[in-house]
Design a protein around this ligand. Structure first.
Ligand code: DON
Length: 584
């Protein structure tokens, strides 16, 4: 199955699609004030958002995701007595129905859990390379990269979402799987009314989707499904019912598994029944660190998110005072810190079952001081000078807090929008193209331009390195302050950490922190990306004079976050995209 897409095809990532959030009106005052006063944000005059927007506020519980129906499903589970993990799993299955762009049962993800009693754990349900995968499977006869890691059957990693969500629920949930999956089955069976955001996302991926079986459902009669349509997914409802009845065995064995394997055979894919039967999620200890008195809990490998963010925050903490928001020093410090942290990410991180990950060193304050000592405050250091001693998109995040003090931060993905575009006939869902997150050819860029090394080369049964950064921040009193994470490949790490910095360093409200302009640097390419209008032109000039190569982009990252306030919770879905923040 070959495709004619250029390998670096531009991804359908964050859209500019908006849907209304539900705004709660009754807010009871909290018994005691816990958060420091927020300070009015100051954005460049050229920036598209004005500071001072309102969040969705609610006193008890909040769910924020990229789809308002899925957020409501999670909120209702909590309102009926479930906890944040019950709600996260319910939201995850609902997103697989209402947000097939990235919500999934054919992909994988990561979840960071903080229970009210202080227990903190993370679950890794990342896809793995099939047993028949080989190191050079995406190279042509001349050793050049093909696009087969991005689109089509060979791009698919063994899905982990169903096993991961089931296991999270088993250990920390309070409701049966049947109960939390029921709203998703209902939505797939009886349908839901499509909004224009849904149609536009499908339309933007027409070329890929139309090659496979999903065309029948998403382009009936050759036309994109229209806003206002009652959209039913009977095959997906069948699959979800199998899962409801038999747990993850209903996905990894029996007729649903057989339909996935049959789909693989139809298109030259290599996932077998044996691959599905051996898939297991892994419980992990979150990356734990501190930043200016706040505690950070985030995702360890197989995601690079937690380590890379912690390394960056440690470097920034070595400066006594944060640079003024939007200033040249602000942008320069971020760029130099991210650049160094990404160099480590790209050369030292991978699946801990296959390589030794120097996590303690990379997340230590001492290591950050060493890196900081080599940062020139006046000039950008080209990546080529730092690299000498070293080895050579779609996702969706959702945040949940319940009325009992539990918090869940989950990021899940198919990688590109609609994944590999392969839609399982009879199964009713899209499969991921996560194999592209491996270094298909170490030293050559992947779809996100990430230049990664040997530690992330393809091996059978290995998890591909991720950038997903589901994160929970605790305030100095040890209470959950922020639940945050995002979509957008490597920009997840930079975007998530900037929301954290905007809240801690600049005391922005969550609504402002989510609207603040963002920057991105990933070491290679050696450029500092900024959002159109997000850098003051004089600051941009100064940065160029310091040696930065600036790259203007439309939008960076798709984040969904919740923050504690004195009155309860603020929820904000990504203002650059679509979503819903729903609380009570
Ligand atoms: O795991 C990762 O890092 C990527 N597969 C994430 C892809 C992504 O965020 C694309 N979405 N915008």
């Amino acid at each position: 199955m070959t495709s004619s897409l250029p390998r670096r095809a531009s991804l359908v990532l964050t859209g500019v699609l908006f849907s209304a959030a539900c705004r709660s009106s009754t807010i009871s005052p909290a018994p005691d004030a816990t958060s420091p006063a927020r300070v009015a944000a100051n954005f460049p005059s050229s920036w598209r958002f004005r500071p001072g927007a309102a969040a969705t506020a609610a006193p008890h519980a909040m769910v924020v995701s990229n789809d308002s129906i899925a957020s409501r499903v999670g909120r209702d589970i909590i309102a009926r007595g479930g906890n944040a993990v019950d709600a996260a799993v319910a939201t995850g299955f609902a997103l697989a129905v209402t947000y097939p762009f990235a919500g999934n049962i054919g992909g994988g993800g990561f979840m960071v859990i903080r229970m009210a009693d202080g227990r903190t754990e993370a679950i890794d349900y990342r896809e793995i390379a099939p047993l028949a995968a080989t190191r050079n499977m995406y190279l042509d006869e001349n050793g050049n990269l093909t696009d087969k890691s991005i689109t089509g059957h060979l791009a698919v990693g063994v899905p982990g979402s169903v096993a991961g969500m089931e296991e999270a629920l088993r250990k920390y949930g309070t409701l049966p799987l049947k109960t939390v999956i029921a709203p998703a089955i209902e939505l797939a069976d009886h349908g839901f009314v499509l909004d224009s955001g849904f149609s536009r996302q499908v339309e933007a991926s027409q070329r890929n989707i139309s090659r496979y079986e999903g065309a029948r459902l998403f382009f009936p009669g050759g036309h994109v499904v229209r806003p206002g349509t009652l959209f039913k997914q009977p095959e997906l409802a069948y699959t979800l019912r199998q899962i409801a009845d038999r747990g993850s065995a209903g996905f990894y064995s029996g007729p649903v598994a057989d339909s996935l394997v049959a789909e693989m055979k139809r298109g030259g894919g290599i996932i077998t029944n044996a691959d599905l039967l051996r898939y297991k999620p892994e419980w992990r200890t979150p990356v734990k660190g501190t930043y200016r008195g706040y505690s950070i809990l985030s995702m360890p490998p197989a995601s690079s998110g937690g380590i890379t963010m912690m390394e960056t925050l440690n470097i920034l903490e070595t400066y006594d005072k944060p640079a003024p928001f939007g200033s040249t020093q602000w942008a320069h410090r971020l760029a130099e810190a991210y650049q160094r942290a990404f160099l480590d990410r790209n050369s030292k991180l991978g699946d801990p079952a296959f390589i030794d990950v120097p996590q303690a060193e990379l997340t230590s304050k001492e290591y950050a001081r060493k890196l900081r000592a080599k940062i020139d405050d006046q000039h950008h250091t080209p990546t080529s000078m730092l690299v000498a001693s070293r080895e050579p998109m779609h996702t969706t995040h959702y945040s949940v807090v319940d009325d009992k003090g539990n918090a869940v931060s989950t990021t899940t993905t198919l990688n590109s929008g609609f994944g590999s575009a392969v839609w399982v006939r009879g199964g009713g869902y899209f499969l991921n193209d996560e194999m592209d997150d491996f270094a298909a050819k170490p030293g050559s860029p992947n779809m996100f331009g990430l230049v990664q090394g040997e530690q992330n080369a393809i091996q059978p049964g290995k998890r591909m390195l991720s950038a997903m950064t589901p994160t929970i921040v605790l305030n100095p009193k040890g209470q959950v302050l922020l639940v945050v994470g995002g979509a957008g490949g490597p920009t997840i790490i930079t975007g998530t950490s900037q929301v954290v910095l905007d809240v801690i360093d600049y005391r922005m409200s969550l609504a402002d922190a989510m609207r603040a302009p963002r920057l991105h640097h990933q070491s290679l390419p050696d450029s500092l990306s900024f959002e159109r209008g997000g850098l003051d032109p004089a600051v941009a000039d100064s940065l160029r004079a310091m040696g930065h190569s600036l790259k203007q982009v439309g939008s960076l990252v798709n984040i969904n976050a919740i923050m504690r306030t004195d009155a309860g919770w603020d929820g904000v879905f990504e203002p650059r995209s679509r979503g819903g923040a729903v609380g009570y």
